[in-house]
Design a protein around this ligand. Structure first.
Ligand code: SAH
Length: 347
């Protein structure tokens, strides 16, 4: 069955007409899917029972079943584990900031990029998520909290540039005025640096923020933690970033997880600053979140501040990311990993 949430307004209009339903139905249905989102056809109360039944025969609509949720007592951060229609599990996170509510969504079930510090990639890639499944995470969290979503980041599991078409479709749909109508400026797409797709992405005409997971100041350090560094050099990434900025005028973000003894020396800070010099960007520093499968250790707080100060001394704007939900299951991907391991142990 076709996933109805993944249909654009134009695609839905064509499907509705093929089912011999009146044309105005398409707008009503699209509204129920994307403006005041529901999770079953029966909730579409202004659609006749016969038409709801017909829709249910032809299309699927994932109810986004919550398999687990953890709520931080410190800052209200919520980590959701959703069970998808095919039984796969994905993680999404809800975060509340002064400037609004931010959701972090997954773009794939698992990941095949193999970054050594990341829990999402340990069991490899299961499959891509559809645009509808990315939208459903946003809608489901808004439904649960009863609050408005003001920002979206693709920092859950998966590599957005490895699921390129669906991620682009998601961006178009979530910013569509017939749907949620979220400004593209409030969307951040985070990538480990798949260079050809960054360039393609620059040409899409989006107004989103691009975040590059750099985590190193040179290729030797980067190859130690990120296998993608064997495919693309930092020089190639920088060239793609400059192209992205020229095309979009959007300031770039560089993510940098500080790992003790790996990428946190004073020389590294200097080298990083040299690399980013002249580019309109800022660096987001985060002490690496240790996962039990690796023995990486966080750079100490005081040293994180020093690293930040050094970058600023060399003229690079750097912030330290506030760690949200410190009291709930740590790093990204760990909630799902935990459930996968439990399921394996039961077999
Ligand atoms: N594939 C995308 C999205 C990944 S998750 C990307 O690579 O950008 C979002 C961010 O969290 C990335 O910067 C990723 O490198 C980082 N990350 C993953 N595991 C981490 C950990 N254990 N500690 C700190 N940051 C981590």
């Amino acid at each position: 069955m076709k996933d109805i949430r993944s249909l654009t307004f134009e695609e839905l209009k064509a499907e509705v007409s093929a089912l011999n339903m009146p044309a105005f139905r398409a707008k009503q249905i699209y509204g129920w899917l994307h403006k005041t989102p529901v999770f079953s056809f029966d909730e579409m109360t202004n659609i006749s029972k016969a038409d709801r039944q017909r829709l249910g025969e032809v299309f699927s609509l994932d109810p986004m079943t919550i398999a687990d949720v953890q709520i931080s007592q410190i800052d209200g951060t919520r980590k959701y584990l959703y069970a998808l229609a095919d039984g796969n599990m994905i993680e999404s996170v809800w975060m509340e900031y002064k400037h609004g509510n931010s959701v972090c969504i997954s773009t794939q079930v698992g990941c095949r990029m193999g970054c050594t510090f990341c829990a999402s990639t340990i069991d490899g890639l299961a499959r891509n998520l559809t645009a509808g499944e990315m939208l459903a995470q946003v809608y489901a969290m808004a439904r649960e909290t009863g609050k408005k979503v003001s920002n979206i980041v693709t920092m859950g599991s998966g590599e957005p540039m490895d699921n390129y078409d669906n991620v682009c479709k998601f961006i178009r749909m979530v910013s569509d005025e017939n749907g949620m109508n979220l400004s593209q400026r409030n969307i951040t797409v985070s990538t480990c640096g798949i260079v050809p797709n960054i360039k393609r992405f620059a040409d899409e005409g989006f107004g989103v923020t691009l975040a590059i997971s750099l985590h190193a100041s040179n290729d030797v350090i980067r190859r130690r933690t990120m296998p993608i560094a064997n495919a693309f050099s930092i020089d190639q990434i920088m060239e793609a970033c400059r192209y992205f900025f020229d095309k979009t005028g959007r300031r770039l973000t560089f993510e940098y997880a500080l790992i003790k003894g790996v990428n946190d020396s004073a020389e590294t800070a200097k080298e990083l600053a040299g690399l980013l010099h002249g580019l309109n960007c800022h660096v987001n520093l985060i002490p690496v979140n240790p996962i039990k499968e690796r023995d990486y250790v966080q750079t100490e707080r005081a040293h994180v501040f020093e690293f930040q100060k050094l970058l600023e001394k060399y003229g690079i704007n750097a912030t330290i990311r506030r760690e949200m939900g410190r009291d709930i299951d740590g790093a990204c991907g760990q909630l799902r990993k935990h459930h996968l391991d439990e399921a394996k142990n039961k077999q």
